[in-house]
Design a binder for this molecule. Structure first.
Ligand code: DGL
Length: 255
């Protein structure tokens, strides 16, 4: 039994989509969520910056005595997870590997990936997918505006719809019916994406697979909290943002 909290970080509010899945699967766990709002967005920054921010975030969480780190950010996972794993002696989970495991089990032959500019340029999703499933066809699309629009609380506005329309063109053309939401801000757009595509599509929300992996790692390492009480959630931001609580609450309430 281990009462110490799980440490989660993202550049902003997107990682709350992962927190929601973790909270549902492991309600007894204490959680500290760090939103690096001061450095948002990560998606257009250099790899060196992302590594620096990620190291800082882990160090801040370690000061709060966390027992495991969840990188609830596609951009930081794609560019910094290896370095974080080398540098810190604590279990670290990102969003890519647990999701690729699921896709491998499902035997997909074609999958779409939408993510930030930095994640798509880095190619981590495609690399990991092809390592595990050599014949898989991957259709990538960088969606640079989406995280910022979501962070401003405008995902459901006309602006949100307009950019989704444009970003969905390659998937529509190729009739891709399984798409990885490779940035943790993107589950906020699920409904709009479905409406825009107009055909049956599986939108792969990484938080689901992260929470499964987390459960297994906690068990395997004897790090689980007892399940007599409901866990606490603490949210820390590197810069206060007026909108944050409202958007976070909307994500957590949305069924
Ligand atoms: N939520 C993040 C991701 O998964 C970062 C978005 C951003 O900061 O640009 O990529």
């Amino acid at each position: 039994m281990d009462k110490r909290p799980i440490g989660i970080f993202d550049s902003g509010v997107g990682g709350i989509t992962v927190l929601k899945e973790i909270k549902e699967k492991l309600p007894e766990e204490n959680i500290i969520y760090l939103g690096d709002t001061k450095n948002f967005p990560y998606g257009n920054k250099s790899k060196e910056d992302i590594i620096r921010f990620s190291i800082d975030n882990v160090q801040k969480l370690l000061k709060q005595n966390v027992k495991i780190i969840v990188i609830a950010c596609g951009t930081a996972t794609s560019q910094a997870i290896e370095i974080l794993k080398e540098k810190f002696d604590i279990p670290i989970i990102g969003i890519i590997e647990p999701t690729v495991k699921y896709i491998k089990n499902q035997k997909f032959d074609k999958v779409g990936v939408i993510a930030t500019e930095g994640t798509i340029k880095n190619g981590a999703w495609e690399r990991k997918l092809k390592d595990e499933i050599p014949n898989i066809q991957v259709v990538n699309k960088a969606c640079p505006m989406l995280a910022t629009i979501a962070e401003e609380g405008k995902a459901k506005s006309k602006a949100g719809r307009k950019v989704i329309k444009e970003y969905m063109i390659p998937f529509k053309e190729k009739r891709v019916n399984k798409i990885i939401l490779g940035c943790t801000h993107f589950p906020i757009y699920e409904q709009i994406i479905r409406e825009e595509l107009e055909y049956d599509v599986e939108l792969i929300n990484t938080g689901k697979f992260v929470s499964l992996e987390l459960e297994q790692i906690l068990k395997k390492n004897n790090l689980e909290n007892d399940n007599f009480n409901k866990g606490n959630i603490i949210i820390d931001l590197t810069k206060q943002e007026e909108q944050f609580n409202v958007i976070a609450q909307n994500i957590l309430d949305f069924k």
